[in-house]
Design a protein around this ligand. Structure first.
Ligand code: GLN
Length: 542
């Protein structure tokens, strides 16, 4: 196993994840088997209980792992499925060390950060990468070099290089190169300082990737090379590009695969980029434009909905159209309700489609219901995901079936018309962490439905993350009044998808199709929404 550690210096948000995914992609396209691990130095055991507004989206894996959104990048770039072990957090490491201590595994020793915690980190990295069957493992170290909480992980990386041999472990350090003053001078001092910090803990980077607004000048590269003790050919420019999908090509053109190949003595072929370049080209040259409203709760931090954003990108490249997302913060019922609804109505009128994503808690639900009503009444294409699906059924029950106080018991436990209710197996659950209906589940699609037209097959598998469902006791009544439940769970009880045949595209799904969308295989329900939005736009202007 060859390991490539990716650390970050100066500040967070430099795109370490994209750098790591891009290097991984280049190696994969050169014929190697590549996997990835993300290290998050926080004490949470997983990302499941973290607020998306603070930390970005919670990504869900096939095995039900609720993980950092960077794992989504790895899955999409490397076209692999990862398991939750591939997200190592301080919480997980400490939990395991403490369990071992309680079992008496340390035979009376004083349990310490060095060696016990650091050993646990090394063993976990080795075990997870070996289990994947890959030849190369990208290990992204979350946080910034110099943070107290990252220390044990950096120490583990340093020791791993000693244990595995210098030729099997390399370090890529990403830093910031700011541009100062009117003459636009590229400054290398922050890079010098962060490399100094890294070297003080015994790690000499092999490659430095400098994030900059502009391409790094030759003189900037030389200066970084001199002060940071790396050859000029190992200093890479990661300047601003139109889309993150261009980053692999950017690094390839500067010789990334050659540097990694030499350093780790890898035997690999030429890097085959035709299909990838073609995809990037299509993303960059859309013929048309559609506007899709994303009516959510965390629209202030776009990272909260990153997989939706990606799924639209994939659909957009494949459909040859630019998808412009109009972020709408779902209005709250209160003093300004009337005014806010009017504002949302105006915003929605300028759109060609509506997406209501998943969510938890009552905040914004009434606003989302109104957005769904707008879409249904105007025959504007609509996709409801998880909570969005549940609310579409609530909206229908209220406004078409005349059940005015219909609701989900998540928001009104005493509603007379509980059209959405808690899953029976969730009634016994008391803890919040990792207790939802999670991960990949099979569903069966009915032939002749719109859903079948999009998936083209009966048996599908999609990722879930929910506690509530369309109430099985209400399914028949809702069906009689017009909904078609186009997919059901394996046990035939849970409604997995629904559609309103009288509308051109009014669909909902209990699962999260965004997690399985891939650049060359866009999620069918997103693709369907984009195509329907194109059609809607055409009919509107002709
Ligand atoms: N809150 C809803 C539930 O638990 C929806 C969850 C979601 O959208 N992910 O079922």
């Amino acid at each position: 196993m060859k390991y490539i550690f990716i650390s970050g210096g100066v500040l967070s948000g430099l795109g370490k994840g994209i750098t790591a995914s891009s290097i991984g992609l280049l190696l994969k396209h050169s014929g190697l088997n590549v996997t990835a691990i993300k290290v998050d130095p926080y004490l949470n055991c997983d990302a499941g209980t973290m607020n998306p507004y603070e930390h970005g989206e919670v990504f869900v894996l096939h095995d039900g792992g609720e993980v950092d959104l960077d794992l989504g990048n790895y899955e999409r770039f490397l076209d692999i499925y990862l398991s939750s072990d591939h997200n190592i957090t301080t919480g997980k490491i400490y939990r395991s060390v403490i369990e071992k201590e309680r079992r008496g595994d340390y035979l009376g020793k004083t349990v310490q950060i060095i060696p016990h915690v650091v050993n646990e980190i090394k063993e976990t990295i080795k075990k997870v990468s070996a289990g994947s069957g890959a030849q190369v493992c990208m290990v992204e170290l979350g946080g910034t070099v110099g943070d107290i909480e990252s220390m044990p992980f950096l120490e583990a990386a340093r020791q791993l290089q000693m244990d595995e041999g210098i030729g099997n472990v390399m370090f890529v350090h990403t830093t910031l190169v700011p541009i100062m003053g009117v003459v636009g001078e590229q400054k290398t001092k922050p890079t010098q300082h962060s490399v100094k910090e890294l070297r003080s803990i015994g790690i000499q980077p092999d490659i430095i990737v400098g994030r900059c607004q502009e391409p790094l000048d030759g003189s900037t590269k030389s200066k970084i090379s001199l002060f940071c003790n790396v050859p000029v050919s190992s200093v890479f420019s990661a300047h601003d590009v139109g889309t993150v999908y261009s980053v692999p090509r950017l690094l390839l053109d500067q010789g990334m695969t050659d540097r990694v190949k030499e350093r780790l003595s890898l035997s690999m072929g030429p890097t085959e980029m035709t299909k990838w370049d073609d995809f990037v080209e299509r993303i960059g040259s859309p013929k048309d434009n559609v506007k899709i409203a994303l009516v959510g709760k965390y629209t202030g931090l776009k990272d909260s909905y990153i997989s939706h954003y990606k799924a639209f990108e994939h659909s957009s490249a494949n459909a040859g159209v630019n998808v412009e997302i109009i972020w709408i913060d779902a209005p709250e019922k209160g003093k300004e309700w009337g005014k806010e609804l009017q504002k949302m109505g105006e915003q929605l009128s300028g759109c060609d489609g509506v997406l209501v994503p998943g969510g938890f808690g009552a905040r914004g639900t009434e606003g989302k219901i109104e957005a769904i009503r707008f879409a249904r009444e105007n025959d504007m294409p609509f996709l409801g995901i998880c909570l969005g699906f549940q609310l579409a059924v609530v909206e229908y029950a209220r406004n078409v079936m005349g059940l005015e106080s219909a609701n989900s018991t998540e928001f009104d436990p005493d509603t007379r018309y509980p059209v959405v209710d808690i899953l029976p197996e969730q009634l016994r659950v008391t803890q919040k962490g990792a207790t939802m209906r999670l991960g990949a589940q099979k569903a069966f699609v009915s032939e002749g439905t719109q859903a079948y037209g999009l998936y083209g097959r009966i048996e599908i598998e999609e990722r879930h993350r929910h506690r509530f469902e369309i109430n099985p006791e209400w399914v028949d009544r809702i069906r009689e009044k017009g909904w078609v439940f186009s997919a059901v769970s394996e046990d035939g009880i849970k409604m997995e998808m629904g559609e309103l045949p009288c509308n051109r595209y009014h669909l909902g799904c209990q699962f999260h199709p965004e997690f399985l969308s891939h650049p060359r295989r866009p999620a069918p329900l997103f693709y369907g929404l984009v195509k329907a939005a194109m059609e809607y736009r055409r009919t509107r202007y002709t």
